[in-house]
Every structure is written in structure tokens, then in C-alpha cells.
Ligand binder design. Structure first.
Ligand SMILES: [Zn+2]
Ligand SMILES: [Zn+2]
Length: 256
């Protein structure tokens, strides 16, 4: 029981950090925040993602490459260029490593308005930190797992951030339905997406990358949208004026 509660908590906390901070904020600049809050969410990302922490800066650069080069050879992760999901995860890892270690030449247009905290990333993205988290997760499982089967969840916990990324980047470029005809394979994976906190409305997202509401049709509830509005109301973040207006109109009409 304790393991399942832990797994569900880590699933959503890690995903919250990824969708809110690394994806919507760092990569797409869907909203702004002060340097202080930015550092706060760096720490939140580190605590919630642990061994699978991803540098917001490297994530953002890699993800911008995905949007600019979707389904081409320059796409860091595309089912069209990998035989299976694990091969795609490995390819993504290579891109990420090349970016974070400065081994890849990146055009200037992908480097604008990025969050930076190099000293923090050096520790949080480093081997020692990752190994310490793995040891902590393993000990937790050893103490609380009531059945050996539960250990099957341990590799998912250790790689949680990458696992979430792979689910979207593989399955939401392969399955289900589209709202917008685009020149790429992006699809909306679920009709109602609570599991991936709105990330699975991936066809919508490729159409409107910096929208604060990933849902477009009446049933496409984006659980992060009210959270973003709440954070804006609490002045933790600032919304660009236009985005707020567009999202509000979409809410009111329920149409695209
Ligand atoms: Zn995509
Ligand atoms: Zn995106």
C-alpha cells in the first residue's frame, strides 16, 4: 500500500514539474516568473524528479528542436526514426547529453529566454546525485514493499521523468485522434487526460505550443490549466495578456 501511494505521488509530482516548469515554462515561455520563483521551481523539480531530474535549460533546447523539426532526422525523439520506444529513449538521451555538455551546435533562435542555473544543474544532473536518489528509492522499496512484484515499479520510479516524456513522445505521435491537420504525426492520445496532466493533447499542443490550456474541445480537460490560473492569481507567475484572453474565450465557447 505504501509503495502504491508513493508511486502515484511521485507520478504526479514529477509530471507536475515536467509539464509546468520544464515544458510549459522553460521550453515554451507560456508564462513568466521572477528569478526567485524560478529557483524555487528548480528545487521543486529536483525533489520531485530525483534521479530523473532534467535540466530545464537542456530540456527546453531539446524540446524546441522537437517542435521545429518534428518527424525529421533532426527531431530528438520521433517514432518515425526509431524502431521501438526504448531505441527512441536512447536517442533522446544522446541528444540531451550532447546539449547539456555543449557538444551540439544549437542555432541562436533556440537559445532565447532560457532559465539558467548552471551550478544547480551540475549537482542535480550529476552522477552522484542520481545514485543517491536511486539508493534512497531502493531502500524505501526494501522497507515497504509487501510483495516482490512491487519491485517492478522501481525502474519506473528511477526513470520517471524520462518515462513520462517517452509515453507522450511515442504514443502521442502514433495513436488516437487529431483536432488540427498538421504536417506532423502529433495526436491527442486521451479524450480526457488526467493521467498525463493534459500533456496527451499533443496534437492541440503542436498547433498552439505556448497556450496555457492544452485542452481545446469541451471534453479535453487540462488539469494544469486551473493550476496555472491559480498561480497567476496568486502572482507566482505572470500570464501574457493575449494567452489569457484566448484561453478565456475558448473556455466560454467550448469551441476551438
Ligand atoms: Zn510532439
Ligand atoms: Zn511542447
Amino acid at each position: 500500500m505504501a509503495i502504491l501511494v508513493f508511486f502515484i505521488a511521485i507520478w504526479y509530482l514529477s509530471l507536475f514539474s515536467q509539464t509546468f516548469f520544464q515544458h510549459r515554462y522553460a521550453a515554451h515561455g507560456a508564462f513568466k516568473m521572477s528569478k526567485g520563483w524560478e529557483r524555487f521551481f528548480y528545487v521543486v523539480a529536483y525533489i520531485t524528479q530525483g534521479s530523473s531530474y532534467m535540466s530545464p535549460r537542456a530540456y527546453a533546447v531539446m524540446h524546441r528542436l522537437h517542435h521545429a523539426h518534428t518527424d525529421t532526422e533532426l527531431d530528438p525523439h520521433s517514432p518515425s526514426f526509431s524502431p521501438n520506444i526504448f531505441a527512441m529513449m536512447w536517442r533522446t538521451r544522446t541528444f540531451y547529453q550532447d546539449i547539456i555538455h555543449g557538444r551540439m551546435e544549437v542555432e541562436d533562435r533556440f537559445l532565447k529566454n532560457l532559465p539558467e542555473w548552471p551550478a544547480f544543474d551540475r549537482w542535480a544532473n550529476g552522477t552522484v546525485s542520481r545514485l543517491l536518489w536511486v539508493a534512497a528509492y531502493t531502500l524505501f522499496f526494501v522497507f515497504f514493499a509487501s510483495s516482490p512484484w512491487l519491485f517492478l515499479l522501481l525502474p519506473v520510479v528511477i526513470t520517471m521523468g524520462a518515462f513520462h516524456g517517452a509515453v507522450i513522445n511515442w504514443f502521442a505521435h502514433k495513436y488516437r485522434y487529431i483536432n488540427f491537420k498538421l504536417k506532423n504525426t502529433s495526436m491527442n492520445l486521451f479524450f480526457i487526460d488526467v493521467l498525463m496532466l493534459g500533456e496527451s493533447y499533443h496534437n492541440n499542443h503542436h498547433k498552439h505550443p505556448s497556450s496555457i490550456n492544452f485542452g481545446k474541445r469541451w471534453h479535453e480537460i487540462d488539469p494544469m490549466y486551473p493550476v496555472i490560473r491559480l498561480f497567476a492569481w496568486l502572482r507566482i507567475i505572470r500570464l501574457p495578456k493575449l494567452a489569457a484572453v484566448v484561453a478565456h474565450k475558448q473556455d466560454a465557447t467550448g469551441k476551438l
